[in-house]
Design a protein around this ligand. Structure first.
Ligand code: PLP
Length: 369
C-alpha cells in the first residue's frame, strides 16, 4: 500500500487515494495572493526601496561567522527582546517577537481565538487578520467602515455588543487605505471591547502618533510592529508586539520552541543599533509620500489621505483594472485592489525611490489622460 501511494505521487497521478480532505472549515479558504511580476519599477508590496545600512550588513556577517550553529538558539530571544524594549521604553517581558508580525498575529489568535470564539475586523483592512483567524478555527465578524474608510463608531459598538469578540483588530495606519486611526477612536474601542484589542502598526513609524503609549499591565491591548517595512528587512521575517507581561507569558507557552532562529535574532538585535538610519529612511519616504500625493491629486484621481508608505487611489475616468494594466505596460507594478470587496477601481502604490516615484507619476499621467 505504501509503495502504491508513493508511485502514484511520483507519476503525478493525483486522485482520491493521494489527496486527503482538508478540514471542512478550511475548504473555502482562498489563501494570500500578491502576484510577483518581473518589472523594473515594483511598487506593490509596501517594502522599503532601500537596503539596510552597509555597516549593518558587515556587523551581521561578522557575528554570523562566529555563531554557535550546533546549539539551539536562545529560546527567549533575550538580547533581541531587551533591544526592542529599550527602543520603546518598556520591559523586555512586555515584548514578544516572532517570524514576521504575521506569526505574532497567528500566535495571538492561537492563544485568544480558535474554535467557538469570535474575531472582529472592520473592512476594508489587512486581509490576513481574518485569514489567520479563520485558520485557527475562529468565527470572523466583518464590521463595515464608513464610505471614506474611517471607522463608523456606531457600527463598532454594534459589532462589539452583538458578537462579543474575543479579539478585535484595528490597523493604524490601515492597510490598504492608509488611514491613521485617531487616538480617541482607539480609546473608545478599548473601553467597549469585551476581549483583546490588537492594533496592527506595521506602518506605525510613518504615522504621527502610535498606540504604544496606551499599553500597560491593566489594559487588554497589544500593538504589533514589523521589521519588514520601516526597517528595510522584509527578507528577515521578523516582527514583534508590545503588550502586558501576563499576556506575553501566555504566548510563550503557545509558540513553537526555538521558533526564532539564531540568524534572525542577530539580525534584529543589530538592526536596533541603527535606529537613526531607519528614521532617516522613514523621513525621506514621508516626504516622497507628500510629493506623490500632491501630484496625484492634480490628476483625475481620488487620492486617499495616507499615514503609511503607500497611497490608495481611485482613477475617476478609467477603470482601476485598466489603469493597473496601463501602468504594467509601462513597466510599473502597483497593487490591484480593484477586485477586492469595497475597493472597486482602487489601486495602491508603494512609495519608492525618487526615480521610481517619477517613473510611476509619468506613467500614471499618461494612463489617466
Ligand atoms: C506587511 C504587513 C504585515 C506583515 O508583516 P510581516 O512582519 O512581514 O509578517 C502585518 N500587518 C500589516 C497591516 C501589513 O501591511
Amino acid at each position: 500500500m505504501e509503495c502504491t501511494r508513493a508511485a502514484q505521487v511520483r507519476i503525478g497521478n493525483v486522485n482520491a487515494v493521494t489527496r486527503v480532505p482538508v478540514r471542512d472549515d478550511l475548504s473555502a479558504l482562498e489563501g494570500y495572493h500578491s502576484p510577483q511580476v518581473d518589472v523594473s519599477v515594483r511598487l506593490n508590496t509596501n517594502e522599503s526601496p532601500f537596503a539596510p545600512p552597509p555597516a549593518w550588513r558587515d556587523a551581521f556577517a561578522a557575528e554570523l561567522s562566529r555563531a554557535q550553529w550546533q546549539r539551539y538558539p536562545d529560546r527567549a530571544a533575550t538580547a533581541l527582546r531587551e533591544g526592542i524594549a529599550a527602543v520603546h521604553g518598556v520591559s523586555p517581558q512586555q515584548v514578544f517577537a516572532a517570524n514576521g508580525s504575521n506569526e505574532v498575529l497567528q500566535t495571538l489568535l492561537l492563544t485568544f481565538a480558535g474554535p467557538g470564539r469570535t474575531v472582529a475586523t472592520f473592512e476594508p483592512t489587512y486581509q490576513m487578520h481574518g485569514q489567520i483567524a479563520r485558520v485557527t478555527g475562529a468565527t470572523v465578524v466583518e464590521g463595515e467602515r464608513a464610505a471614506d474608510f474611517s471607522l463608523d463608531m456606531a457600527e463598532v459598538h454594534r459589532v462589539l455588543r452583538e458578537h462579543l469578540p474575543s479579539v478585535t483588530f484595528l490597523c493604524s495606519p490601515n492597510n490598504p487605505t492608509g488611514l491613521v486611526e485617531p487616538e480617541a477612536n482607539i480609546r473608545e474601542v478599548l473601553a467597549a471591547a469585551p476581549g483583546l484589542l490588537v492594533v496592527d502598526e506595521a506602518y506605525g513609524q510613518f504615522a504621527d502618533w502610535s498606540a504604544l503609549g496606551l499599553v500597560d499591565e491593566e489594559t487588554p491591548l497589544v500593538v504589533t510592529r514589523t521589521f519588514s517595512k520601516t526597517w528595510s528587512m522584509a527578507g528577515a521575517r521578523l516582527g514583534y508586539m508590545v503588550g502586558p507581561e501576563w499576556l506575553v507569558a501566555e504566548l510563550d507557552k503557545v509558540v513553537l520552541p526555538y521558533h526564532l532562529d539564531l540568524a534572525k535574532q542577530i539580525a534584529g538585535r543589530l538592526a536596533l543599533t541603527f535606529v537613526h538610519e531607519m528614521e532617516s529612511r522613514v523621513q525621506f519616504i514621508v516626504g516622497e509620500r507628500q510629493r506623490l500625493s500632491a501630484a496625484m491629486s492634480a490628476l483625475p484621481i481620488d487620492v486617499f489621505p495616507s499615514g503609511a508608505n503607500f497611497i490608495l487611489f481611485r482613477p475617476r475616468n478609467h477603470g482601476g483594472r485598466a489603469v493597473w494594466q496601463g501602468l504594467l505596460d509601462r513597466d510599473v507594478l502597483v497593487r490591484d485592489c480593484s477586485g477586492w470587496p469595497r475597493l472597486a477601481d482602487c489601486l495602491r502604490v508603494t512609495i519608492g525611490t525618487e526615480a521610481e516615484n517619477d517613473l510611476f507619476l509619468k506613467a500614471l499621467t499618461e494612463v489617466t489622460a
